[in-house]
Design a protein around this ligand. Structure first.
Ligand code: NAD
Ligand code: ZN
Ligand code: ZN
Length: 348
């Protein structure tokens, strides 16, 4: 088969590799029908994720068809269509028992395209298949399903639910990439008073309006803290969601929040950020962090099926699997191309 193979920083290729085989009895082999590229794949290509070794097949999001299952697989059969989640769950460890699959102690967690070969391929081996895939419900398109493999649960769990968004809240989202937009879409489910999107790029702020932000602030030109204070009678946002992953935006989130409010950090940080406890201690703020667990995937599938979220809206570009090179190029130049999410489908 063919797959996107990582050959060290800045170097990946769509090339011929051996077909995957069942190794554990809980494994399934899934034929990939559609797959996407994540911002994290770009981090890997920059060399920011050293656990990814040369020779690894990239990708941790897919929708596909079960081709073969191991002897221990109980709920899946060849021919069934499944969402392959970015997080695998052994289901037996302490954290899986608590629904914290991202922290799985039993060789699950984020493994696809990281510690084992991933989904940017014609076929992928999925360990713990019973608990790491979700049957595709009727009436939901491949591209909608794909958005549920990573970005939507991330924005919803690590942003909206950790941030405890409630009806009437003013929610400030710093960063309007796919993750920030997912947090905006998820916040809308709770009837917020205002959703404020903050970004340096006007194109991303235009997207934020389409995803449900009613106030947009370009913090290159405007003072975001002053604008949010104006909107909230001087208090600040009830919930500030950080969806960028640099020190400046975490510090901005801590300045945006009102006393007693919640700061939900989603961004993956590579450098230390300053925590101004000397200002924050007296303001009763709560700060949460997290890697997505994907415990919300069944809920999001129902919301997509019931048209309560429009997951397909993220998709800006379509390709076939053999166009990976072009797809990576378009996705990595999002500021020029307007890319939010790209979908690569198997031909035919
Ligand atoms: N916690 C998790 O489980 C998890 C999962 C997936 C992704 N992430 C992380 O979430 C973050 C966002 O992901 P994405 O795919 O949306 O990224 P992205 O790069 O597409 O979007 C980031 C946005 O932030 C904006 N931005 C950059 N600097 C800014 C600043 N100083 N002020 C305001 N806006 C600024 C950019 O213009 C861009 O629109 C990344 O750090 C990613 O690694 C976390
Ligand atoms: Zn991802
Ligand atoms: Zn586990």
């Amino acid at each position: 088969m063919r797959a996107v193979v990582y050959h060290g920083p800045g170097n990946q290729a769509w090339e011929e590799v051996p077909d995957p085989e069942i190794i554990g009895d809980g494994d399934a082999i899934v034929r990939v029908d559609a797959v996407t590229i994540c911002g994290t794949d770009l981090h890997i290509l920059k060399g920011d994720v050293p656990a990814v070794r040369s020779g690894r097949i990239l990708g941790h999001e897919a929708v596909g068809t079960i081709e073969e299952v191991g002897d221990g697989v109980q709920t899946l059969a060849p021919g069934q269509r499944v969402l392959v989640s970015c997080i695998s769950a052994c289901s037996g460890c302490r954290f899986c028992r608590e629904g914290r699959y991202g922290q799985c102690l039993g060789t699950g967690g984020w493994i696809l395209g990281h510690k084992i070969d991933g989904t940017q391929a014609e076929y992928v081996r999925v360990p713990f298949a019973d608990t790491s895939t979700y049957l595709v419900p009727a009436g939901v398109s491949d591209e909608q399903i794909l958005m549920l493999a990573d970005i939507l649960p991330t924005g919803y769990e690590v942003g909206v639910l950790n941030g405890r968004v409630r009806p009437g809240d003013v929610v400030a989202v710093v960063g309007a990439g796919p993750i920030g937009l997912s947090a905006i879409m998820g916040s809308r489910l709770y009837s917020p008073g205002h959703v404020v999107a903050i970004d340096l790029a006007d194109s991303r702020l235009d997207a934020a309006k389409q995803f449900g932000a009613d106030v947009v602030i370009n913090n290159d030109r405007e003072d975001a803290v002053a604008a949010v204070r104006d909107l909230t009678g001087g208090l600040g946002a009830d919930v500030a969601i950080e969806a960028v992953g640099v020190p400046a935006t975490f510090e901005l989130a801590t300045q945006l929040v009102r006393p007693g409010g919640h700061i939900a950090n989603i961004g993956v940080h590579g450098k230390p950020a300053l925590l101004h406890l000397e200002d924050l201690w007296i303001r009763n703020v709560t700060i949460t962090t997290g890697l997505v667990d994907t415990y919300s995937t069944p809920t999001l599938l129902r919301l997509a099926q019931g048209h309560q979220i429009d997951a397909g809206r993220f998709v800006t570009h379509y390709f076939t699997l053999d166009q990976f090179e072009e797809a990576y190029d378009v996705f990595s130049r999002a500021a020029d191309t307007g890319a939010l999410k790209v979908v690569l489908s198997a031909p035919g």
